[in-house]
Design a protein around this ligand. Sequence first.
Ligand code: ADP
Ligand code: MG
Length: 211
Amino acid sequence: MLLGPAAVARWVADASVEFASRAKELDALDAAIGDGDHGSNLARGMATAATIPLGATQSAADYLGRVGMALVSSVGGASGPLYGTFFLKTGQLWTSPPSVTSLALALRAGLKSIQARGRAEVGDATMIDALAPAVDVLEGYRSDDVRAAVTEAIAASLAGAEATAKMVARRGRAAHYGQASVGHVDPGARSMALLIESAGRQVIGTLGDPK
Ligand code: ADP
Ligand code: MG
C-alpha cells in the first residue's frame, strides 16, 4: 500500500534536487521578462515539500495534497498557488502504479486547476504551454506502453516550453513586456517541463525491466 505515496515522494525528492540545481537558470529566464525570482521561489518551495515525512501518509493523494499546501505557503509570487493547486488536483487522481490513462486523467485535472485559477490559455506563454502538450500526448496515446508514452510526453513538454519563446506573453508579469517578451522562454513553462520530466523519470523508474 505504501507504493503510492512512496513513489510520489520520490518524484518530489527528485524535483527538489533538480530545482536546487536549476534555480539560477530559472531566475535568469525570469529576470528577462519578470522579477528574477522564479527559480529561487521554486527551489525553496520544493525543498520544503521534500521535507514532508511519509510517516502515516496513506495515499499519493494525501501526500501530494500536503506538497501542494507547502508550495502555496512557501513559494511567493504567482507560481506558488498555481503549482500548489496543480499538485493538489493531480494528486487526487494519481494511481499507483500509473497507467497511460490514469496519468492523462491526473495531469488533465492538474492543468484544469491551473487554468481555473490563472485563466491562461494555450499560447499565452505560461506553464500551461509545457503541461498541455504532455497531457495531449497521453490522452491521444493508443497503447498501454507507459514507458513510450511518458517518454513522448516529456519530449512534448520540453518542446512546448521552448516554443513559448515564439509567443507573446499574455499572463503574469511577463505580459507587461508585450511584444518584447517574444524571444524569451517563459520561466514557468521551463520549470513545468522540468517537473514533468522529473515525474516521468520516477514513473519509468517504477516500471519493471523492459526485458
Ligand atoms: P511572479 O511572476 O509573481 O514573480 P514567479 O516568477 O514565481 O511569479 O512565476 C512566474 C511564472 O508563473 C510565469 O513564468 C508563468 O509561467 C506563470 N504564470 C504567471 N501567471 C500565470 C497565469 N495566470 N496562468 C498560468 N501561469 C502563470
Ligand atoms: Mg518572478
